[in-house]
Ligand binder design. Structure first.
Ligand code: NDP
Ligand code: TDO
Length: 290
């Protein structure tokens, strides 16, 4: 199969490049950044051309607008990338009867129940990022293309910008920090997400259209996440729990967005690693990359 990866320079995109090394399929890695085959996913004709040129059967969309705070004052660009462009990719796959593998977020949920969110639950995003990601899901569905939408949460890796790297820097440079303990979810190592996407491709389960939830196993608050990042990084910092109101942000985030992964595990037969096991792996990679 010929597989097009968009947003290859992002966290998930980098991890897809690593997984692709063990595949016999042909991968075409694209981004708007230098060093990649150029593909701007806001341009439908450019997508069509790339699909035709490379006889693409599957697109893995790793491109998105992921700055949650900034999205509040940048609706047009967030919507263009997370909604319109997702629809473009779906349209291009519909035209060649291919499959779009797309990634969405726990932030489509309001997060006001303290039980794990299932795929068929009512959505009610609290901010622009979540709203545009939800609109993207709907735009994909509206094209009628074969699609696998994986909602994930709290993604981190050795690449790009993420909570693990932010906390490593902050706990190394501050004596004390406050981190919210009233937002509960599950971190996801981007390497594990790339592994599940690769598993779906390699086991040819691309016709199982639908929405699926994926994160690592377990549950924690951002405060707990910060504590263990600090400890595993060998830093000493007095991290104290605080309420969301105490940490200034232009956007409300869900209080409880733990994802129920039963559907994905049963459908695709994938064993999900526990969150601290994957965190240890990532911290070792970060130490090695220094
Ligand atoms: N990060 C997280 O915590 C979570 C992410 N997700 C979802 O997972 C997916 C992957 O996220 P992540 O790897 O963190 O994303 P990143 O922000 O790390 O990467 C996104 C990539 O898309 C590129 N990009 C931006 N605009 C375009 C464009 N017009 N055309 C093509 N590429 C473009 C970016 O380039 P540049 O950097 O130059 O803008 C970047 O390389 C996204 O769908 C995201 O919504 C879901 C839950 C949690
Ligand atoms: C840096 C910092 C953050 N926080 C809080 C802010 C926020 O509520 C929480 C996490 O901070 P972040 O900025 O990493 O959060 P955020 O960018 O909202 O992370 C989200 O990104 C998008 C793309 C997703 O899809 C979500 O799944 C989720 O990963 O921790 C503190 O309480 N203290 C701190 O010192």
């Amino acid at each position: 199969m010929n597989i097009l990866v968009t947003g290859a320079n992002g966290q998930l995109g980098h991890e897809m490049q690593i997984c692709a090394k063990n595949s016999n399929h042909k991968f075409v890695f694209t981004d708007v950044a230098e060093g990649y085959e150029k593909l701007d996913i806001t341009n439908l004709d450019a997508i069509r051309e790339k699909v035709k040129e490379n006889d693409i059967q599957v697109i893995v969309n790793c491109a998105a607008y992921t700055n949650v705070d900034k999205a509040e004052s940048d609706f047009d660009l967030a919507n263009l990338l997370n909604n319109t462009a997702a629809g473009n990719l779906a349209q291009a796959m519909k035209e060649v009867e291919g499959t779009l593998i797309h990634v969405s977020t726990d932030y489509v949920f309001q997060g006001d129940k303290n039980i794990p969110c299932k795929e068929d639950w009512e959505t009610n995003p609290l901010g622009v990022y979540g709203k545009t990601k939800l609109a993207g899901e709907k735009s994909i569905e509206a094209t009628g293309c074969k699609h696998i939408i994986i909602r994930t949460a709290w993604l981190y890796s050795q690449w790009g910008k993420n909570f693990v790297k932010t906390m490593q820097n902050l706990t190394a440079s501050h004596d004390s920090l406050k981190v919210v303990f009233d937002q509960v979810g599950t971190p996801t190592y981007a390497g594990d997400l790339a592994a599940v996407i690769s598993h779906i491709i390699e086991t040819n389960q691309l016709d199982k259209t639908g929405i699926y939830h994926f994160s690592n196993e377990g549950v924690c608050s951002w405060f707990d996440f910060a504590k263990i990042i600090c400890e595993l990084s060998g830093n000493t910092c007095d991290i104290q729990p605080c309420y969301s109101e105490e940490f200034p942000s232009p956007v409300k985030r869900p209080h409880f967005s733990v994802l129920d992964k039963s559907k994905l595990k049963q459908t695709f037969g994938f064993k999900v690693p526990y969150w601290t096991d994957s965190l240890k792996k990532c911290i070792a990679e970060l130490a090695e990359a220094k």
